[in-house]
Design a binder for this molecule. Structure first.
Ligand SMILES: Nc1ncnc2c1ncn2[C@@H]1O[C@H](COP(=O)(O)OP(=O)(O)OP(=O)(O)O)[C@@H](O)[C@H]1O
Ligand SMILES: [Mg+2]
Length: 466
């Protein structure tokens, strides 16, 4: 048995450790009544019989072997298959060791003589102890592993679960909807989506020198104060404003009115208003329409649903109807800027409803809509354009339209528009419109800071608050 190598049992051992359930410790207490050597060690045969009594080898090719049988057998392959529980424990100086040494087949002497192995007797003893205890992977390889390399990759290293949890800790937003590209759309109180902040990065229009441009003269003032309103005393006017719940400031504002008849609209527009079943002007309309018809700039602040849209649309129609018809290549006469697509579409449908009375064309331009379609509609010509600021700038840059004929400029939801970062764009559009235009600004609320900004684009405005 010169080919025996201590600790080599596991080399050919077929047991799959990685997938197997934990095994019982291989070291078995000596069975009761086990034979003891005179040095106090249990003899090999007694250990083997005790261990094998409880051990279940998966492929027991060999029957229980005694120490003698083991060393008498040939072939290394067999060693591995049956030897896991059979490690030889040579006690230094034990009679069995010296016997084997004498016989030339002892493991201790074999180990010593073997050029492959540098283990001394003590090492071999420790290795076999370890192997018996099932700590190593059952062979020379693990027994010989230097302690520095004794790292269990399967325990010390990160497994799939651990790396997943570490990643989730380092990236708390990983896998959430708002991860990267999908920016969530926010909605304001009225359910209109708030345009993402990036919109403000649309380049405003470059400055323009109006002195180099030749503008046609135009008429602003179409308002003739009705006799019964003119007959009212200042106190009665104050009382009327109080009754309507409106406050007015600014130089020489027109008086408020109490009926549609006071606006002086022609029959076709009156018919359209009657068709809408409006019985009388809303408070903001009662005051803002006479002021706007008079050609004055307006700041109109009135709560949601108070009829602001019509308050700037009706005077706009009168204003447009006084001007020469559009020629090919002309831009709009009335321009309405609104902060969102939804709002511009609402204004658009109301403008169309009243505009068709005079066969006035309206075009709506907003971000997200087809630029090509919008530019074609603009090129076809429209007296009124309702637009979000960014898209309006795009259209002007594309030369789909121009602002040369704009004389009536409206900013609806002006507060929002200035607040949402559209200010540079709105301002650049206003700067592109002839300075003597009429400008109207409507909003449900108006913060002081924003109103101060907005006033730059107005001239002597009449401020109406409902
Ligand atoms: N004189 C009127 N009489 C009755 N209803 C009117 C009158 N004028 C407008 N309306 C209607 O009131 C509703 C609200 O009008 P509008 O959309 O102009 O309000 P708004 O002040 O602009 O509100 P928001 O702040 O929500 O834009 C519309 O359906 C409109 O048709
Ligand atoms: Mg409105």
């Amino acid at each position: 048995m010169s080919n025996y190598k201590p600790g080599a049992y596991g080399r050919n051992y077929n047991y799959n450790y990685s997938s197997a359930p934990p095994r019982p410790a291989a070291v078995q207490p000596p069975p009761p009544g086990a034979q003891k050597s005179k040095h106090g060690y249990s003899t090999m045969s007694s250990i083997a019989s005790g261990a094998l009594a409880t051990y279940n080898f998966n492929a027991p090719k060999r029957k229980i072997r005694t120490e003698e049988e083991y060393f008498d057998s040939d072939g290394e392959g067999e060693e591995g298959q049956s030897g896991a529980g059979m490690a030889y424990i040579p006690a230094p100086g034990s009679p069995s060791a010296s016997d084997r040494r004498r016989a030339g087949g002892g493991s201790a002497s074999a180990a010593k003589d073997d050029s492959d192995s540098e283990e001394d007797t003590l090492d071999a003893f420790m290795a076999s102890i370890e192997q018996q205890a099932g700590k190593g992977k059952g062979g020379k390889a693990s027994a010989k592993k230097p302690p520095a390399k004794g790292v269990r990759d399967d325990i010390e290293g990160e497994d799939d679960h651990e790396s997943f949890f570490r990643y989730m800790e380092e990236n708390p937003n990983a896998g959430t909807h708002n991860d990267e590209s999908d920016q969530e759309i926010e909605y304001d109180a009225e359910g209109n989506p708030i345009v993402p902040v990036k919109s403000k990065y649309i380049d405003p229009l470059p400055p323009i020198d109006h002195t180099q441009l030749k503008y046609e003269d135009f008429v602003k003032n179409f308002y003739i104060e009705p006799d019964d309103i003119g007959a009212l005393s200042l106190l009665e006017i104050d009382q009327l404003r109080h009754k309507l719940g409106i406050k007015v400031s600014g130089p020489l504002p027109a008086r408020p009115v109490t009926s549609f008849a006071h606006f002086g609209f022609d029959e076709s527009l009156m018919k359209a208003i009657r068709k809408m079943e409006y019985t009388q002007p809303t408070p903001i309309q009662s005051q803002a329409v006479p002021v706007a018809l008079g050609g004055r700039d307006v700041i109109g602040i009135a709560k949601t649903g108070s009829g602001k849209t019509a308050a700037f649309l009706w005077p706009m129609l009168v204003h447009i109807m006084d001007q020469p018809e559009l020629r090919p290549g002309d831009g709009p006469i009335g321009l309405v800027l609104a902060p969102t697509r939804e709002l511009s579409q609402q204004i658009y449908s109301e403008a169309k409803r009243f505009g068709k009375v005079y066969n006035i064309h309206v075009v709506c331009c907003y971000g997200g809509g087809s630029k090509w379609e919008q530019s074609k509609a603009l090129e076809a010509g429209a007296e009124i354009v309702v637009a979000t600021p960014g898209r309006m700038i795009d259209m002007i840059k594309m030369k789909a339209t121009n602002l040369l004929r704009v004389t009536y400029l409206v900013m609806d939801e002006a507060d929002k528009m200035f607040n949402m970062g559209f200010e540079p764009q709105v301002r650049s559009i206003c700067d592109h419109v002839r300075p003597d235009r009429q400008t109207l600004l409507f909003s449900a609320t108006f913060k002081k800071r924003v109103e101060r900004l907005a006033r730059d684009v107005l001239t002597d405005p009449v401020r109406i608050v409902q």
